[in-house]
Ligand binder design. Sequence first.
Ligand code: FMN
Length: 192
Amino acid sequence: MIKDLILKNRSYRRFHENVKIPKELLLEWIDLARQSPSGKNMQPLKYVLSCEPETNNKIFPNLSWAGYLKDWQGPQEGERPSAYIIMLLDTQIRKEIDCDHGIAAQSILLGAVESGFGGCIVHNVNRTSVSAALKIPERYKILMCIALGKPNEKVILENLGGNGDIKYWRDAESAHHVPKRPLEEIILDFGN
Ligand SMILES: Cc1cc2nc3c(=O)[nH]c(=O)nc-3n(C[C@H](O)[C@H](O)[C@H](O)COP(=O)(O)O)c2cc1C
C-alpha cells in the first residue's frame, strides 16, 4: 500500500552502520528516480554513489543533521549512514531546476523503504568540500545528498500541538517525534 510506504518513509538519521547497502540496490532506487517526472522531460539529474566506508567518510563530515536538535551533533560512529546518493544538476543540460529533484528524492527513498532501508534528504551540505573530496567537476552542481542505511531509530508522526510548534523533538527514550499540520489546516476553502 502506498500509504504504508509513505508513513514508513520518515527522515532517519541513525542507522545500523554495519549493515551495508549493495551497489545494485542503490542502482535500483536511482532507476526509480530515472523513471519519475521531469520538467520539460529534460532529465538534468545525475548521481554519484557511495557505499564504501572510504568514500562515506569523505562525505559524512560535510553534512549537517537535524538543525532543531541543538544538543545533538549528528549520528555517532556505528550509527552513521552506510551509503549516500549525491544528486547533481548537470548544468550542461539545464541551468536551473524546477522540482525534479524533490520528486526524484522521494522515489529513491520510497524504493529504499520498500527494500527495508531508509534515509534522509540532507540539503545542508558543504558543497564545496564534497565536490572537492569526490572530484566532482564544476559542470555538476550538488543539489542534495541522500543519506541511506538500515534505520536504527523510532520515528513517531503526530499532529501539531496546541502551540503550533513544527520543531521535531526527541523524548527520554530517544524516539524522534515529528509534528505534522492536520489536514483541516492545509486544505483552504475560499468559498468558491
Ligand atoms: C528539502 C529538504 C531538505 C532537508 N535537509 C535536511 C538537512 O540538511 N539535514 C537533516 O537532518 N534533515 C533534512 N531534511 C529532513 C527534514 O528535516 C524532515 O523531512 C522533516 O523534519 C520532517 O520529517 P519526516 O521526513 O520524517 O516527515 C530535509 C528535508 C527536505 C525535504
